[in-house]
Design a protein around this ligand. Sequence first.
Ligand code: ADP
Ligand code: MG
Length: 620
Amino acid sequence: MPDIIQLLPDNIANQIAAGEVIQRPASAVKELLENAVDAGATEIKLFINDAGKSLIQVIDNGKGMSDTDARMAFERHATSKISNIEDLFRIKTMGFRGEALASIAAVAQVALKTKRAEDETGTFIEIENSKVLRQEPIASANGTSIAMKNVFFNVPARRNFLKSNAAEMRHIVDEFIRVAMAFPEVLFSLTSNGQQVFYLERGSLKQRIVQLLGANYNARLVTVQEKTDYLNIYGFIGKPETAKKTRGDQYFFVNNRFIKSGYLNHAVSGAYHDLLAPDSFATYVLFIDLDPAQIDINVHPTKQEIKFEDEKIVYAFVQAAIKHALAQFSITPTLEFDLDPTIQQLDAVNKPFTTDKQQAATASDIFKNFTQKHQAHFTEADKKNAFQHWRNPAENKADEERQFSSLLDQVRKEENTDTLHFAPAGTSSPVLPDSPLLQLHSSFIVATLRNGFMVIYQQHAHERILYEQFIAATEGKPMATQRSLFPVTLQFTPQDAVLLQELLPDLQLLGFLIESFGANSFVIQGTPADVLQGNEKAAIENLLEQFKHYSSDVKFSSREKVIRSLVMQQSIKAGQRLTEKEMKILVSNLFECRQPNATASGHPTYAVFENDYLFKLFGK
Ligand code: ADP
Ligand code: MG
């Protein structure tokens, strides 16, 4: 028998390695932007075509590469950023693994142009499938331009895995924002299919945040600034009124690197304590700088998760810093009395943090709460309640009217037409025809059955009804649209604009007539019949927020998410008083549903009390 083991050819090995680093166009965007930052660029321009599927190009004015380095850069494990293992613990750059360019060259067609200031001419390299096709000197500006074309052209399985352009573009915008946020001293621009999406002038961190997250944050940010020997925390947190129903605007950077940390997120939300409505999320952009030796960023190829040498200390610092900031700006006068005395004792906020103090701190009470290693799981608990707030009565009158007008419309129709006739209960309804309905506590409807009675929870019932109507709409029974008399043009943040674009086809089936108008604006030509005119903006923003709620939920299709979001938005809430007629229609519509007994997410819509049971209660 011959021996069977052989070494993989370089291009295959690189392709396999690329799987970890370049999962989608957005991962390449992140790597290329970070390389430009590492090269000391003060201007970084990103060009995207077809959501990165046909082109991703980054042009920077950084230090450029020599012709040999330009060739070397595409080798696996080729980096100028570390040279020995100790360097790993002093990392000051964004990159260091030397894998990005090799991975990109393994799965795309790449053209590199680069020139150092000290060189007369620049270098041009064309490379695909890890093979150099061309290398020659050319005239070029100082800096580097890398164009990456037709990502995964040679790995069809991965190319097929890419999502819709809108979805991939959303990932790209996310990555762009994360890098741009961390380097406000660098000018960034993003151009997609020839259209400028972002142009971010150099400025302060606060200006950058407002550029990226929207002008409504302008007067609503509180400065966080704490310096200690152990670490520095700085950045901005949103005043409680900026809290959102989704985790959207939450950014943590450790040594300028965007990270995801449920654990630190918990520290921030804990600091807000009861300043936030349940199930709403504080906005924050926080930077933690500490000795690179105190962290391990090497735990994940895309470097989004890091290990802290001592995460409990970081947790306590973050929480103390946020509490301090909130108190200082007297977001609430009562907060001072709520400050945890153990935190005040910690002096984390304004005294140097020596090794002694560090020990004292770890011994103190505050840490007793944080002794479990994986505190991040903690955040799972509040996810379950994510929809709690939808059970609360609508917050303002306009909302109430809007949620309710579809039922009112039907009532009106019934009053105005002889032909349209609602039987008090459909044939399938167990409710006794012509029996009165009673509303209790503006939330429950009591109905008489042949053999007992039924309590219907009005909100759940309406959710079921809307859900089936919307499903029917997407299956060919489009919802009625009311054309706006005066079409409004709405401006969205680039992130929301990309998302909205993605949802347009489904929204159209559901009665929204929205047209893209370029540069993040949309013209609202019409809305579902039950959205109040003049309320379009709120309705659509609210819908996007709802949608983001579900966005981590992989089990739903995007269409299902849109439908569920609309249901949540438009359903009658508990606390809404109903007329007799409205109750009749609600009950009748409920029992015309295919599955009247529960909402789409499985909450019961009614409970039945049979006579047998009732008699038994009284010993009969
Ligand atoms: P890493 O960033 O981890 O070092 P990369 O594969 O991303 O690995 O890049 C390899 C090397 O190529 C870098 O270490 C750097 O020396 C060089 N390089 C990459 N992009 C640029 C750029 N835009 N400007 C200057 N040098 C660059
Ligand atoms: Mg890199």
